[in-house]
Design a protein around this ligand. Structure first.
Ligand SMILES: [Zn+2]
Length: 388
């Protein structure tokens, strides 16, 4: 068994794992497979075939590559109870799989199964705090969150750093007659026109199996989209966009940014694609890192005596824009331009000294500008100017 990360973005990565000689991409979905519920034709990993079910805690099954049963109590139970459960469960863990909980010790394995995933995901703060604790325990190993993924939440789960998911939530919701798009759940009987052109929607959905295959298609499209976004360095923009469809997703982004900057800062790359800035971007780790480094590490050229604050421009780098070329012309006719320290005032980066305008992300962001700064932006600029 082997895992190779090929591209990373935000708190996650994409890559390849090899299980029993079979190569599969990461992130990926373990598609449930049984006689009654067949896996989709595109399934790379089948739950129940390549990866077996290890039975329940009371009736464990023996097999080599199986998800082991474990005794899991609700997350809010006292730590001693969880540790007791760990002592009982650990005999089922193996070199391939073990269950990881922030509340108990760790047994080294290839893939870690997140305990209480469903319960934790229902509360954004608990979810983020515990994902961070789990990552601190298992480092960059593979993490599987059972029973929570669907086409809507898949991007935010990947963003949080989970690598493997399963199709169980989609099956349960399909049984309840839920039709998924990548943004919303609909009751199948309430849809007049299917917003999808898969073969099941084209011919008309008739029964559980058609609906399941449509939902699987949406899930798979989302998975492929996420892998591509990771490779292109655009996952953050996508999860920000999807946060408009679920307030919990927005909370997860904001809690990560506000309370776990150090965790994220280690994972966010120091170069990347163009940032499409939104109101969430003010505390994005790569943007906050730029602001902090300007204050902590940068010092102005010693010859400069006059601070000249300039507005930003839509075109980057700023000096390539028409307005900055005009500024430059005006500055160049002064008797001693060496004493002028040019600093560009911008949101969400704050202050960008002219000599830093080519560095990431100063030359790599776009933001909607309408000539109005909101309170957070004004506060950020004021704070930064005072420290500068
Ligand atoms: Zn469809």
């Amino acid at each position: 068994m082997r895992f190779e990360a090929k591209a990373r973005n935000c708190n996650t990565r994409t890559g390849e794992i090899e299980i029993n000689g079979k190569k599969c991409s990461i992130p990926n979905i373990l598609w449930y497979a049984s006689a009654r519920i067949p896996p989709p034709p595109f399934a790379e990993l089948k739950l129940g075939e390549e990866i077996g079910g290890g039975g329940t805690f009371f009736y464990p099954k023996e097999c080599k590559f199986c998800i082991p049963p474990s005794l899991i109590y609700p997350h809010f139970f006292p730590d001693e109870v969880h540790q007791e459960a760990f002592e009982i469960s650990r005999e089922y863990f193996n070199e391939f799989f073990s269950t990881v909980s922030p509340k108990w010790d760790k047994i080294d394995s290839f893939i870690y199964i997140m305990a209480n995933a469903r319960e934790l995901f229902s509360n954004p703060r608990n979810f983020v705090e515990n994902i961070v604790k789990i990552r601190e325990k298992i480092g960059y190993s593979l993490l599987y969150a059972p029973g929570i993924a669907n086409p809507i939440n898949l991007p935010i789960l990947c963003y949080a750093g989970i690598d493997l998911f399963d199709s169980l939530d989609v099956i349960i919701k399909t049984r309840k007659g839920i039709y998924f798009t990548s943004e919303q759940e609909y009751k199948i009987e309430e849809i007049e026109d299917y917003p999808c052109s898969c073969k099941h929607c084209t011919k008309g959905i008739d029964g559980f199996s058609d609906l399941l295959m449509h939902n699987y298609n949406v899930m798979q499209n989302e998975l492929i989209k996420i892998r591509e976004l990771i490779k292109k360095g655009m996952l953050r923009e996508y999860v920000e966009a999807k946060s408009h469809f679920n307030a919990n997703f927005a909370s997860i982004i904001r809690i990560f940014d506000s309370s776990f900057y150090n965790f994220q800062e280690k994972r966010y790359a120091i170069v990347g694609a163009n940032i499409i800035a939104s109101p969430y971007s003010l505390n994005r780790p790569d943007i906050r890192r730029f602001r902090e480094r300007i204050i902590e590490r940068y010092s102005k050229p010693r010859c400069t005596k006059i601070l000249l604050l300039l507005p930003c421009s839509a075109k980057k780098p700023y000096s390539a824009s028409k307005s900055h070329q005009l500024f430059n012309r005006a500055i160049s006719v002064t008797s001693n331009r060496q004493v002028i320290h040019e600093v560009i005032v911008t949101s969400p980066l704050g202050l960008v000294p002219r000599e830093m305008e080519y560095t990431y992300p100063a030359a790599h962001y776009d933001i909607s500008t309408i000539g109005y700064w909101d309170r957070e932006e004004v506060e950020m600029i004021n704070k930064m100017l005072k420290k500068y």
